[in-house]
Design a protein around this ligand. Sequence first.
Ligand SMILES: [Mn+2]
Length: 361
Amino acid sequence: MATGITSESETAHNSLNERRHGGHGIIIGGEFTSTEAIMIQEDIVAAIAAADHVIIHRHQRPDPDAFGSQCGLAAIIKASFPDKRVQVTGADSPSLAWLATMDHVEDADYQNALVIVVDTADTPRIDDDRFNQGKQLIKIDHHPNDDPYGDLAWVAPDASSTSELLVDLVTHGDGQLKLDNTAARLLYAGIVGDTGRFMYNNTTAHTLRDVALLYGFDFDPSAVNQKMNEVTLGQARLQGLAIDEQHMRISAHGAAVVVISQADLQHLGIAADQYQAAVGSAGRLNEVRAWAMCTEQPEGNYRVSLRSKGAVINDIARAHNGGGHPLASGAKAADRAEIDQIYDELDALLAATPKAPSESE
Ligand SMILES: [Mn+2]
């Protein structure tokens, strides 16, 4: 129910001050099928093979890729090594309960555990801050590597999703890791979530080859698509409200800003993890080239979801306490004045950026 199809990284600037530099961390950027990347994958598979107990974390406010990669990796390890103990931790998500639910992990469980954090760029955003209580820490992620952490890290910003990376972990694992139907369904959901059902430009031939491999397992992809396309009545009404004259303005160059108040959310009965379903609304408009959905938080500030059809917007996100992907980022605005500033910056960016082929009428 009601997951929406969104992806973003909320990379807080202050996280840079809290970096945990791993002792022998190895970071991979660039092409994630390079020889170097494959060596890292082999090291990760070896670490999994050597561990008796694995605990898997992911980011707060989980999206389908966070849940899909976390629980997909758990399913892979269980299918490959039935004797190993595998747990997933973090808060449960009512809107993603159809996909998976979390385990109850005790503090004592971390003794001698291998901890793997998936889909999470920076340590403040990891759900469950016991992630550094294990004997070894591995990061697997596809967001820009603004906050390197972990004893071993595989970071591939050119992959569509962490779920896609896990398919590669299996195929390059020298036969030690295997997928099963449960893993295939979870990883498929993650890839669908982060690619906007293959709409965004992070979808590659490689992504689709991985998806073709997942299709070979026994699960119902169209049931997953249907589930991810569903919204609650409140969310559907929010999607409408997000493009009405009161809540959205569009500049001459195609910059749109949507402002949703706490009162709007309360009126529609929208829970904290549900408003993301309206992030895409403005982007469906022909007139809009880049947009920001600004949602008031209980504290009075705004969470800003920045999206673009072509112009790179993550510099604007970084300038407003955020970060993320070139076309999908997160930021924060202290007040309406900062929202006005973001609107002006988006408009100036679009004024200076020729339309991409995908944007022409
Ligand atoms: Mn992701």
